[in-house]
Every structure is written in C-alpha cells, then in structure tokens.
Design a protein around this ligand. Structure first.
Ligand code: GUN
Ligand code: ZN
Length: 453
C-alpha cells in the first residue's frame, strides 16, 4: 500500500524491546529514551528513537507532546471471554461450579444478536480504556456472538483474534453444537473473517470436557485445512478438571495428549492456564511450538493455582499475559502484571518488571503469532500504542517521583496502576481512548446501559 496520509509523531518517554528479558538480563532487554519520538504514517510506525535525531528526519512533522508520560507498545491480552464481561467478580466458586453457576447461564444470553452487539461494544471500549489494543477472545457457541464481536472490532480497526466456542457435551441445551455444526459454523466464520481488516480467526474448542473426541478431531481437521488460523483452548487449570479429563479420555497420556491426538497443538496453538503440567506436557508444548496464556488474576480469583511462568519460558515456550475475564477479576493488564508478580513471589521467584511488560506485549503477540505486526515499537510495526501517566493518582505520583530507574518506574506503575494510569490508547495510529475526554464517553455508556437494562 502506498503512503497517503501525513506523518505525525508522539514525543515523550519511549519504551521498546531490545531483547527477551527472560533470556537476556532484564535491564538490557529494555530500550528506553527519556526524550524519545515515534513517527507514524498510515497507521504504521515509520521511525522510533531519540526525539531530536528522529524528528530531524521529518521536518515540520506535527508532534503530540506527551511530556514525561510513558509511550509503550499497546497491551495484548492473549486470552479473554467477551461474553463474561458482566459476570466479572462473581462470588465463591472454583472452576467447574463457577462455569455451571455463572458462566453458562450468562453465555445463553448471546443467542440474541442484539445482546451480543451491546456487550461486544462495551467490551471493546473497556479494553481501550485499559490500554489494551489487541486480544484473543472467546465468543459463545452462537455464531451470532462472533459476528457481533468481529463487526465491532472491524469498526474500531482493532487487531483481534476470536472464535466460536465449540462444545458438544456437558453444557446446557442451547449452548451446545455437534461435531458437524461446530465444524461447519467455525469454518464459515473463519472463511468470512480471517484476514479481514486486522482480524484473525481462532478455532476455539472450549476445553476437553465439553467436546467429544469427534468434535476435537473436527476442530483439528479444520485447523489442518486452515493452518494460518489460530487455535485456542484451556488446559490444566484445576485439579478436578484434570481428573475429569483423565476419566473422559482414558487412552490419552495426559491432558495435552487429548489435544495432541486430535491435531490441536502446533505454532499458533494458544493454551490458556497450563498450571499443573507434567514434564512430558511441557516438552510436548515446546516441541510442537505451542504457546501458553498466563491468566494470573483468574488463577487467584477462582483458586486454580500458581503457573510456573519462569519454568515455561526457560523451556523456550512462548508465554503471554491474559486477563481471562470473567474468571479473571480485572480488565487491567497493569493489575494482571501485579497478580503475575504476586504468583511468582508465592513460587519463590521475582518477576522483573521488564518480564511482566514483555509478557503483556511482545509475549502475547508471539503466542498469537502476531509479533511481526504488534507487541513492540519498531519501524514497520502497526502503531498500536499505550501511553501511561506516572502522575495518574496521588500515590502513583508520590511513588513514581522516587523511581530511580526505568525498571522501578515500570514496577510502580504495574503495582499501583489501573485504567486511571492509561492516558491514551492508539490503535493503528488512531486515538481510541483519551482518559481526559472519557468522562463524556462514560456518561454516554451509562445512558445506554440504563436504557438497555
Ligand atoms: N475452562 C473452560 N471454560 C473456561 C472459562 O470460560 N473460563 C476459565 N477460566 N476456564 C475455563
Ligand atoms: Zn478462559
């Protein structure tokens, strides 16, 4: 595509990646400019670097000055459920009871396309408000729920992956498909949406307990026909779930083997949770090139366990960071980084802030096989950018004023920050959230909510 629009630039503190903080000393993985610039044209980053030299190559370029705010790659949430938006913060249940009590009844509502459209719009606005520019999203079993999300994402020009949940057993009537319809509906959605705008299709069998062997094989066949598509599912989240899978699939060596036998692992496979894996499963994830979504607020909130992120990364397995709303208790990737830090502490290791932000940006992009497009600030990448405000709240201002390094500043922001710390969000170079103008937007949403409920 030839360039058509005028270039423009952001100027402020700029953070980008110079390496993988799990495999190089974390401080060295961060490339930081205290006075940096990012030049953008046609939604794509043209140049990044020290402001003076970078801007000198673009005489007269309009510059948005961000002062001491922090310009960084947009957050990428590599596992979340938009139909669970309004059951976030549901009390008192662990995974299987939580699904039956809260999740399945809520997902039944998405048979109504009007409801799906309403929640899809609210969900994407909420992502933008939290600085999240991309996500890998589960819809419900209803194809209409996928249409609603993709339409809303296309209208906002977001880079998003999503798919229809495939479930042919152990779920209420009204939430199940069959191996045949699950395959056909997923295929039709994939062929319609994959590669449209900035959208990708993720084949989405929910998890082994809600699919028969036939359905998992149908999902595997569909992926084999469309290897450019993604595949997402849940694995090894909760002990009761794991025991149930062993009962349902006695011939499988372990949980991952259920998916492996159906052709559901490989590059572009995104396994959510992956907490209680055996050595064989870790080795097989690495050998097949699959990735893992770490969902720390969810793992704490529904009491699932402590994922060994450092161990997975040491094995060479790509890992991204994910909210897993509504099992997860926050839309904020900053809050999610905080939970990841706390989980690592409970495992006796410290998650360095460079590692946490890497998981939340480039790590998630790698899991979604999109690291050539998003997850960093570099020429040729799409201009998906989040700008954080170290002065967002009185305590943040007091604490960040004392920060003696970029790592310390990043750490304070991830421990104390939330959507208030997100000053602006840009998707493909377009402003999709401006905190200081969002009061008007919030009023509009409240109005809409009152009239719809
Ligand atoms: N396992 C199967 N479905 C789900 C879900 O919706 N959320 C979580 N956290 N785990 C699951
Ligand atoms: Zn999930």
């Amino acid at each position: 595509m030839s360039a058509t629009s005028t270039p423009w630039a952001l100027r402020g503190e700029v953070l980008r990646w110079g390496g993988d903080p799990f495999h190089t000393p974390p401080e060295q993985a961060i490339r930081f400019e205290t006075d940096g610039a990012v030049v953008i044209q046609d939604g794509v980053i043209q140049a990044v670097g020290p402001a003076e030299t970078t801007l000198a190559a673009y005489p007269g370029v309009p510059v948005t000055r961000c002062g001491d705010k922090l310009i960084l790659p947009g957050f990428v949430d590599c596992h979340t459920h938009y139909p669970q938006t309004e059951i976030i913060a549901s009390y008192g249940a662990q995974l299987l009871d939580w699904l039956n009590t809260y999740t399945f009844p809520e997902e039944l509502r998405f048979a109504d396309p009007a409801h799906a459209h309403r929640i899809a719009g609210r969900f994407l606005d909420t992502l933008a408000r939290h600085g999240t520019t991309s996500a890998s999203v589960y819809c419900t079993v209803h194809p209409e729920s996928v249409e609603a999300l993709f339409e809303a994402a296309a209208a906002r020009n977001l880079r998003l992956a999503a798919g229809k949940m495939m479930m042919d057993r152990h779920a209420p009537e009204g939430l199940t498909d069959t191996p045949q319809t699950g395959y056909e509906h997923s295929k039709a959605l994939l062929e319609r949406w994959h590669g449209q705008n900035r959208l990708a299709y993720a084949i989405s069998p929910r998890f082994a307990p809600t699919s028969t062997q036939d359905q998992l094989e149908a999902a595997g066949a569909l992926w084999a026909e469309h290897p450019g598509a993604l595949m997402q599912t849940h694995i090894s989240e909760n002990h009761k779930e794991i025991a149930w899978v062993a009962d349902l699939f006695p011939e499988a060596r372990d949980y991952l083997d259920v998916y492996q036998r159906a052709g559901l692992t490989g590059p572009g496979a995104n396994f959510g949770h992956a907490i209680h894996l055996s050595d064989r499963e870790c080795a097989a994830l690495r050998e097949t090139g699959a990735g893992v979504s770490h969902c720390p607020t969810s793992n704490l909130f529904i009491g699932s366990g402590l994922c060994d992120v450092h161990g997975l990364r040491a094995e060479g397995i790509p890992v991204g960071l994910a909210t897993d709303v509504g099992g997860g208790s926050s839309f904020s990737m900053l809050t999610t980084m905080k939970a990841a830090y706390e989980i690592a502490q409970l495992r006796g290791v410290s998650l360095h802030p460079a590692q946490a932000y890497h998981l939340a940006t480039q790590g998630s992009a790698q899991v979604m096989r999109m690291a050539d497009k998003i997850g960093d600030l570099a020429p040729g990448l799409e201009a998906d950018i989040t700008i954080l405000d170290p002065d967002a709240t009185p305590i943040l201002a007091a604490r960040t004023r004392r920060a003696d390094s970029i790592s310390d500043l990043l750490f304070a922001l991830m421990i104390l920050g939330d959507d208030r710390a997100v000053w602006r969000t840009y998707s493909g170079g377009a402003l999709i959230h401006d905190r200081d103008k969002a009061d008007t937007l919030r009023a509009t949403q409240l109005e809409e909510h009152r009239s719809s409920s």
